[in-house]
Design a protein around this ligand. Sequence first.
Ligand code: C2E
Ligand code: MG
Ligand code: MG
Ligand code: MG
Length: 291
Amino acid sequence: EAKAAGGDTWRVYSQEQTALATDRVRLTARLREAIERDELVLHYQPQIGLDDGRIIGVEALVRWQHPESGLIPPDRFIPVAEDSGLIVGLGERVLQKACHQAREWLDCGVDFGHVAVNISAAQIRRSTVAPQVKVALAESGLPPHCLQAEITESIAMDRRGEAPAFLQAMQELGVRLAMDDFGTGYSSLGYLRDLPFDTLKVDRLFVRPLPESAPDAAIAEAICTLGCRLGLEVLAEGVETPAQADTLRGFGCTSAQGFLYSRPVPAEQLPATLSELAEPAPKESPGAGDD
Ligand code: C2E
Ligand code: MG
Ligand code: MG
Ligand code: MG
């Protein structure tokens, strides 16, 4: 082991490790340029009320519009952004874009509810994100209640880190809060009562196996019951089938997001997507779809 061997021992990398490290260095450099060149774009995915089908919000999801490689999903570059510190600038751009876009929609009467922005643990740890939220709201003129900050359960529940200060700052600003990927962390349920969240997002992990899997149904139902009893909006992630939506509705889940309703779409496409969703579903009738 390098450490046990003493100070000036060279760490021996395998060829693959070296290649991976080089890839990461390249990717970091390229990502820095991408942020400067404004190659990051936001797509928006609608969130739907399960009782009446109304639009309750849209989630902003970042993509990298790479000139050669096309659209790169966040899982491929967010981890690199977090490790390199680029997440600070990236997160700032995401907040600015989402707030300006939402303000524009407000101005043209697009009823999107709120815009939800993902904020990662690395952003919270650096304590720079609360001031960024404040500035993005002020510069765009977006009313704070039209913005929702999504943070994952594991970071939200960390009482010792920067999370409590962040949550308090959002509460003071009047920004809504959603706990993302709920059910996958290790929540102290008692602490949940004390936190200023508006929404619990049931992780896709428990939604995907519905309605067949009894254990996943038990977990999803328990989360829905807990959230409702605490007076929270409970939103299911990754809803892909009507059977999943029906099951969740039966559990008292209040809202849903997923491919059943819409994939994340570019900003230009969102108003049309929302109007389609607002139209009553076409009635199933004999002869429908014959043409
Ligand atoms: P998340 O916040 O849990 O977002 C939900 C993910 O599920 C999105 O993936 C979305 O496209 C996907 N999804 C939605 N409905 C369905 C469905 O019905 N089926 C399936 N299979 N998937 C569905 P995406 O856009 O690739 O984002 C992945 C993760 O990247 C997000 O998970 C979030 O943690 C992170 N992320 C995205 N945008 C940002 C951002 O602006 N900043 C930060 N810090 N993280 C972001
Ligand atoms: Mg999210
Ligand atoms: Mg999620
Ligand atoms: Mg996730």
